[in-house]
Design a binder for this molecule. Structure first.
Ligand code: V0V
Ligand code: CO
Length: 162
C-alpha cells in the first residue's frame, strides 16, 4: 500500500521468549467447604471419578484428585481442597473468598530446574525447596503477587503414577 510502512510498536518489551517449562496443566485446585459433597457433585455432574484421596498435614488440606485425562506426559486432574486448619493457605482463602479456584498446578519435567529458571525472572518462590505433593509428586508454589494474582504450583509427578 503506498505510503504504508510497517512500524513495530515502540512500547513493546524486547522479545526474549523463555524456553517452554510446562508440559501440561496437571491440575486446577479448587477450595471447597465440604469434600464429600463436592466429590459427589463432580461425579454426578461431570462424570469424573476420584483417582486419589489423601490428607497433606504440611499443606493443611484434605484433598481429592479427580481424573480428567491421561496423556503421554501425565495426567490432568481437578483437585478438590478442604482445609484441615483455619490458619492454612486454603483456610485463609476460603474465609476471604469463599469456595472457588485456588491455584493452577502445571506439570514440569524437573521442578528444581523450573524453580531456578522462574526465580531468575524475578518471580518470588513461596517454597525454597520442593515439597511433598499429591500422589508423591514434588511441588513448589510461586507467589501470586508476582504471577498476576494466580497462585501457581509446579508439579513434578512421580514417573508412571500420574
Ligand atoms: C492468597 N492470596 C492469593 C491466594 N492466596 N491470591 C491468589 N490466589 C490465592 N490462592 C493473596 C491474598 O489475597 C493476599 O492479597 C496475599 O496473597 C496474602 O495472602 P494471605 O493468605 O494473607 O497471606 P499468606 O502470605 O499467609 O499466604 C499466601 C501464600 C500462601 C500464597 C504465601 O497461600 C501459600 O503458602 N500458598 C502455597 C501453599 C498452598 O496453597 N497449599 C495448599 C494447596 P492482599 O490482600 O495482600 O492483596 S496444597 C496442594 O495443592 C497440593 C498438596 C498438591 O497439589 O499436591
Ligand atoms: Co495443588
Amino acid at each position: 500500500m503506498p505510503g504504508y510502512e510497517a512500524v513495530p510498536p515502540t512500547d513493546a518489551p524486547p522479545s526474549t521468549p523463555a524456553p517452554p517449562l510446562f508440559t501440561r496443566i496437571d491440575h486446577v485446585g479448587i477450595a471447597v467447604l465440604d469434600l464429600d459433597e463436592s466429590i459427589s457433585w463432580y461425579e454426578t455432574t461431570y462424570g469424573l471419578t476420584v483417582f486419589s484421596r489423601e490428607t497433606n498435614e504440611q499443606q493443611g488440606v484434605d484433598e481429592a484428585m479427580l481424573a480428567v485425562a491421561q496423556t503421554p506426559v501425565g495426567g490432568s486432574y481437578v483437585q478438590l481442597l478442604k482445609p484441615i486448619r483455619e490458619e492454612s493457605p486454603v483456610g485463609k482463602f476460603l474465609a476471604r473468598n469463599g469456595p472457588g479456584v485456588h491455584h493452577i498446578g502445571y506439570g514440569v519435567v524437573d521442578v528444581e530446574a523450573a524453580m531456578r529458571s522462574i526465580e531468575q525472572t524475578g518471580v518470588r518462590l513461596v517454597d525454597t525447596r520442593p515439597r511433598h505433593g499429591s500422589m508423591g509428586a514434588s511441588i513448589a508454589f510461586l507467589h501470586p503477587k508476582d504471577t498476576g494474582g494466580v497462585l501457581t504450583e509446579l508439579v513434578q509427578a512421580v514417573e508412571g503414577t500420574s
